[in-house]
Design a protein around this ligand. Sequence first.
Ligand code: FE2
Length: 248
Amino acid sequence: MLYLLLSDLHANLEAFEAVVRDAEARYPHLDAAACLGDVVGYGADPEAVVGRIQEIAQTVIRGNHDKAVALGENLEWFNSAARDATYWTLNQLSPTSVDYLRELPRGPRMLNGFQICHGSPLDEDEYLITPGDVEILAGRLDSGVIFFGHTHVQGGFRMLRGVVSVLPRPDESDSETVEVEEQAYYILNPGSVGQPRDQDPRAAYAVYDSANRLFHMHRVAYEVEVTQRKILDAGLPERLAFRLAHGR
Ligand SMILES: [Fe+2]
């Protein structure tokens, strides 16, 4: 089966639509889509993105920003821009959309032979950034293939007998494929659709081919200037617009 994997959309409608168009063109026979959380927060189109993710994805788990908006949780960990955007987002959303975000399940969730989570399989709010962050998961994982988000960095890690290596991601090209070997653990990040932080401003997503154990990562250019203008016009913190041009 072919799974479209989306994470960290952050209310960026232009990036989201560009990803859907690109994915449907590359993979006319996608079987299902899963979202690893952070549907909203930072961006200027929370209501539209909440509506669209329900059309696209059969499985959605919550991210820390979804939780902050709908439940008021974790705000003490947010910087001022993230906190301002959280309150702004709550004011933009319909009661139905707030209810939808509030009822999103916590990860991890097991799907067809793989697990999805927002931060780490052990803690939805934890960041997996370095090989050391992954080493401490050795012996504590319930699945050999895990997809995560939260860091907004596409790529991920391979772990064999406790030794962790960092996997390649698309650089100049727009795609990279990782073969998921059966004997190792793979902790994989499809990247952020709406606010990449890996020095590449293009929207990120991935497709997992479960039959052939292939993880395909892709990058898509979108109308960043349109998204930036919306953020500035909404009165959201300027930094949230500017960072989109640099992917950090
Ligand atoms: Fe996020």
